[in-house]
Design a protein around this ligand. Structure first.
Ligand SMILES: Nc1ncnc2c1ncn2[C@@H]1O[C@H](COP(=O)(O)OP(=O)(O)O)[C@@H](O)[C@H]1O
Ligand SMILES: [Mg+2]
Length: 316
């Protein structure tokens, strides 16, 4: 998405844009925090596109979606024969991003071993592919993002404090959509246009009731949730004017979930514990995602290891 199509009407998000513009001119590392779906990747791309590195690549990797060892060889690359299956040498993403920007998404999920290696790269500005002995010079800017509270992870010894300071030269915090409500309707109208073009469905508008609903909704899934609701409405609404009924899929869904809880509690003859509810919910999301664990972990806002623990250790 281009810089011009970023919607920013609220004072709080405009402030985010202002800081992003200013930091783009420098080479400082930036740590972008915020709930899932708030626009962290949008801001990261914007910083790259407005920087002097724009001619070089913007390379993004989601650290929570890839198993530890694979993440290491993805980032660092490897020599031929470095491990079984390494038939030919391969450059990693650090090298691919050379001269440009590397976006480390969900950096809080990187394990401690790799955190130490990343810190070395940032300090020495050079890298060694897995299985090689010589270093290659490296000129990259790191933009990192996380939805976790890294300060808490530092206390729990899950995240290195020294790495935190390296990444967090400039912090950018993106507020959740419910705390910058002036952005909701401009975003809704933007998505309405965008998806009308994409799906070649023209002349759609939002009714007053629909606008009110959008404006008042809590948007726990942030901009991504709003985007999905509008796309669905554009595709599914039968009239030109999108009514509240076309949007209330969310309400129906919430009603369904409550009915499910009621049924489960009646079956058991007691209220379910939070642990039981979350286990059922995890299974539900896993099934809905046809068993795709990475996507499920992302949807649930937890890391792969937590998902593994929650589905493999039975707490009865
Ligand atoms: N200010 C904005 N203007 C237009 N689209 C946005 C904006 N913020 C987010 N989006 C869209 O919302 C979705 C989620 O944004 P993303 O940057 O992936 O969030 P995050 O990385 O925080 O999970 C994307 O499809 C993105 O294009
Ligand atoms: Mg993201």
């Amino acid at each position: 998405m281009s810089v011009e199509s970023i919607i920013a009407e609220s004072p709080r998000f405009r402030e985010v844009i202002r800081v992003a513009r200013r930091v783009a001119c420098s080479s400082a590392n930036v740590l972008i925090t915020g709930e899932s779906g708030t626009g962290k990747e949008v801001i990261a791309r914007m910083i790259h596109d407005m920087s002097t590195r724009q001619q070089h690549k913007f390379v993004a990797i989601n650290c929570s979606a890839i198993p530890e060892q694979l993440l290491e060889s993805e980032l660092f690359g490897f020599a031929r024969g470095a491990f079984t299956g390494a038939m030919a040498a391969k450059a990693g993403l650090f090298e691919e991003a050379n001269g440009g920007t590397l976006f480390l998404d969900e950096v809080g999920d990187m394990d401690l071993h790799l955190q130490a290696k990343l810190l070395r790269v940032l300090q020495d500005k050079q890298i060694k592919r897995v299985g090689e002995n010589h270093y290659r010079p490296l000129n990259i800017r790191i933009l990192a993002a996380t939805h976790c509270d890294l300060n808490e992870d530092i206390l729990r010894k899950k995240f290195r404090e020294d790495l935190y300071f390296r990444l967090n030269v400039v912090p950018i915090e993106i507020p959740p959509l419910r705390e910058r409500r002036e952005d909701i309707l401009p975003l809704a109208n933007y998505f309405l246009k965008h998806f009308s073009v994409k799906h070649q469905i023209h002349g759609k508008s939002l009714s007053r009731d629909a606008l009110k609903f959008l404006n008042d909704h809590n948007w726990s899934g942030n901009v991504r949730e709003l985007e999905n609701v509008i796309e669905r409405a554009v595709v599914l609404s039968s009239e030109q004017e999108i009514s509240l009924r076309d949007l209330d899929c969310i309400e129906e869904y919430e009603g369904d979930v409550n009915a499910t809880f009621q049924r489960l509690c009646q079956q058991e003859g007691r209220f379910l514990s939070l642990e039981e509810v979350s286990r059922n919910y995890i299974q539900y999301v896993l099934q809905a995602n046809k068993g795709a664990r990475e996507k499920t972990a992302r949807d649930l806002g937890i890391d792969r290891k937590t998902l593994y623990r929650k589905t493999h250790c039975r707490i009865e």
